[in-house]
Design a protein around this ligand. Structure first.
Ligand SMILES: NC(=O)c1ccc[n+]([C@@H]2O[C@H](COP(=O)([O-])OP(=O)(O)OC[C@H]3O[C@@H](n4cnc5c(N)ncnc54)[C@H](O)[C@@H]3O)[C@@H](O)[C@H]2O)c1
Length: 343
């Protein structure tokens, strides 16, 4: 199959610089991205992904399990043992092929093995293409929380292969749209009217801009977490509860609506802007209400533990001049807004 490059977005990060390529059929040409001094490649993927490009250097394939439970220290240990057994050295390459679970996990294994191996990503879900694969945040979950153990470790290249999205289950596509909806409030206007390639490019450009300005996530890059404080709490509280059944992008969608309602209660935005949030989220068919089984008190406990909160209730909130980090929000108000979500 021939490949069509739609866009190349460069991330200028000094000696950690790399490009994100957006286009159709890019996976097939992955070999051309592999640096010439690479002797071996450890491919990390999942059975469902079903994309294995031809590679011209010796390689071994490591399949990891599906879902958040695969993003674990046990998987990192297994991968690193496998890398050692195949005799990987620091010059070799880890190639992640999959969605955010694969890129977060393979990226952290690459960051850890030999104290840091090169890695490349073929992003095969919409969510990974517009968010997870870009910016070098790698990591895994532990029972105490999601993404609690990890490293900032930039890939050498990212291929966003739009052809891969053709086999993606519809609900996974929807989840990617949850992250895309976030970008509508971070400067990407009119996303819904663009062709898919242009939508992905626009989101990557915004993410690249924030990562370049604030690689290790001070307050600026934290703005990319718009909608995520509640989303992470929903995922933590709902994890393993079949009555909740929310995926990351769906949780982000609810988090965006919550953030809009909270910002309005704080006088930061008006009702028109809240309505715009509803329009964007609903245009993708994403949820706007909390699952009924969720206990708001548990959500609040979880939001206090958010790693960017430093023990207070902290949110990224919209305003007339864009989104900002806002700390020390009154718990009573947060409870009221959680209830308002489902009215
Ligand atoms: N590092 C970051 O900056 C960052 C940002 C956002 C999200 N994340 C993480 O990303 C993860 C979610 O990623 P996701 O939404 O991509 O989910 P995922 O990686 O679990 O993929 C979803 C499902 O789609 C399958 N799949 C992948 N590509 C496919 C394809 N082309 N065809 C058919 N099936 C395919 C996967 O095997 C999986 O079953 C979460 O763990 C989240 O924490 C990380």
């Amino acid at each position: 199959m021939s490949s069509v490059l739609h866009d190349e977005i460069a991330l200028d990060l000094g000696d950690r610089s790399y490009s994100v390529y957006v286009g159709g059929g890019l996976a097939a040409n992955a070999s051309s991205m592999v640096p010439s001094d690479v002797g071996k490649i450890a491919v990390v993927t999942q059975k469902n992904v079903g994309i294995l490009p031809p590679l011209t250097v010796p390689h071994q394939i490591f399949y990891i399990e599906d879902g958040e439970q695969a993003k674990s220290l046990a998987t990192i240990a297994e991968l690193c043992s496998g890398f050692a057994t195949m005799g990987m050295n620091r010059r070799d390459l880890v190639l992640a092929i999959g969605g955010g679970v694969v890129s977060d996990t393979a990226g952290f294994a690459a960051a850890s093995f030999h104290r840091g191996m090169r890695y490349g990503i073929i992003a095969t879900t919409l969510l990974a293409q517009v968010d997870a694969a870009i910016g070098g945040k790698t990591g895994v979950n532990i029972p105490e929380g999601k993404n609690l153990v990890g490293a900032f470790w930039q890939p050498s290249f990212v291929l966003c292969d739009l052809t891969a999205l053709e086999s993606l289950p519809p609900r996974e596509l929807l989840c990617g749209q949850g992250e895309m909806a976030k970008y509508a409030f971070l400067g990407a206007e009119g996303l819904d009217k663009m062709p898919l390639a242009a939508q992905v490019s626009a989101c990557v450009r915004i993410k690249a801009k924030y990562v370049q300005a604030d690689e290790r996530e001070g307050d600026l890059r934290a703005l990319l977490n718009y909608g995520h404080t509640l989303a992470h709490a929903l995922e933590a509280v709902g994890f393993g509860d079949p009555r909740v059944d929310l995926k990351h992008g769906e949780a982000v969608a609810i988090g965006l609506i919550f953030a809009a309602l909270l910002a309005r209660r704080l006088g930061r935005i008006d009702q028109d802007r809240v309505d715009y949030h509803y329009r964007v989220v609903e245009s993708y068919g994403l949820p706007t209400r909390l699952p009924l089984a969720i206990d708001p008190e548990r959500l609040i406990d979880s939001m206090y533990k958010d790693k960017k909160s430093f023990g207070t209730l902290t949110f990224v909130l919209d305003s007339g001049s864009g989104v900002e980090v806002v700390r020390d929000i009154d718990v009573v108000l947060v409870k009221e807004v959680l209830l308002e979500l489902n009215r």
